[in-house]
Design a protein around this ligand. Sequence first.
Ligand code: CAA
Ligand code: FAD
Length: 379
Amino acid sequence: MRFDYTEEHLAVRDAARDFAQSELLPGVIDRDTEAKFPLEQVKKMGELGFMGMMVDPKYNGGGMDTISYVLAMEEISKIDASASVSMSVNNSLVCWGLEKYGTEAQKEKYLKRLATGEIIGAFCLSEPEAGSDATSQKTTADLNGDHYLLNGTKNWITNGSSASVYLVIAQTDVSKGHKGISAFIVEKGWDGFVIGKKEDKMGIRGSDTHSLMFTDVKVPVENRIGEEGFGFTFAMETLNGGRIGIAAQALGIASGAYELALAYSKERKAFGKTISQHQAIQFKLADMATQIETARLLVMKSAWLKDNGQDYATASAMAKLYASEVAMNVTTEAVQVHGGYGYVKEYHVERLMRDAKITQIYEGTSEIQKIVISRSILR
Ligand code: CAA
Ligand code: FAD
């Protein structure tokens, strides 16, 4: 068993760290306040190869492993979780699914541009009345000659307005339950496709979360991913990998807050010494560091299993469940270590605490991760 990183891993981590410090940190507070999508920064992330990291170079990707992706996600999430959720969705929900299950024509047409970040993708499963209970979705796609007619509403879609390509999961045969669900590639601008209002959120405020409405949108048959009825398995398998990305995001939010708290504790004085010399603060830092390290082990293990062709569904659920809890605990304690200064925007930790909460909700809530884990244990 080895716990060291390769030279390439370290180079990717350092590149992501430099980018986050130089390009994401300036303006992150304003983007959060104004709920502004980091468009310019996400474009640069594409140019640096962060938007299609694991895609085969023959489709313009970086050809990297999942460990590299996790290291980059952590560094970017330390500074700007709104940028990192765009990165996570594009890499692990959109590019991964298209590369694994798309046709050559779909890869040529869509994946090659998604992998460079020239265009951004979105993954559309959730609906107003179907989030955790994803099989009860109501969006339909009815075959009509050489195309399907797509009707319904998707909710909470990350990259909702900035994306150009949307992977949409819809019912093609309601009578078949989850075996009657299919997946489609839909382009922005097609007739009948309307982007709804942007959500005004607690955290990841820079991320553009929108509802999407489809009314008789004509989707060519060649834009179906896999066979009819494969859509739910497609979504679940895609989410198994997506959860590694979100676990890495949670890890990054936690370690970003911890690093700020550690530095602050060595500067701030109270009762004649730095607060880092008070045992209560030392113990908080010790707990934070231990939780982060434990989360990192779980996240890296799930990435390693994926890279080594082993089953990673349960491991990724465990990593996301635990890392998102750690993100909430650590960011809350980081605010506490900062005292009153932790409660204002200038010191960043209040934003990280607000950003942490979403990691317990999206890509399957913590309760859903426990369902995935317990079903696997009891199988
Ligand atoms: N991997 C592979 N296949 C899976 C799977 C997994 N993790 N979980 C379920 N399946 C398969 C099952 O094997 C079954 O297939 P078969 O019948 O062929 O065996 C099929 O899916 C249905 O499974 P269940 O009977 O277990 O279905 P269920 O209705 O009880 O629900 C669930 C299962 C795990 C709760 C699932 O609905 C789920 O994961 N819900 C959460 C949805 C979610 O994560 N949404 C995220 C949206 S994207 C997002 O959020 C992006 C973002 O924010 C940035
Ligand atoms: P519900 O499913 O209604 O759950 C409500 C509560 O009940 C939760 O605590 C849940 O854990 C609990 N619960 C539900 N069922 C059970 C059960 N069986 N046992 C125990 N507890 C249960 N979706 C996409 O498809 N694409 C995206 O890009 C995307 N991005 C998002 C971005 C943001 C900012 C947000 C907020 C959401 C996003 N989502 C996206 C949707 C997200 O995946 C869902 O919000 C999530 O899966 C939960 O669904 P829900 O909101 O309908 O909650």
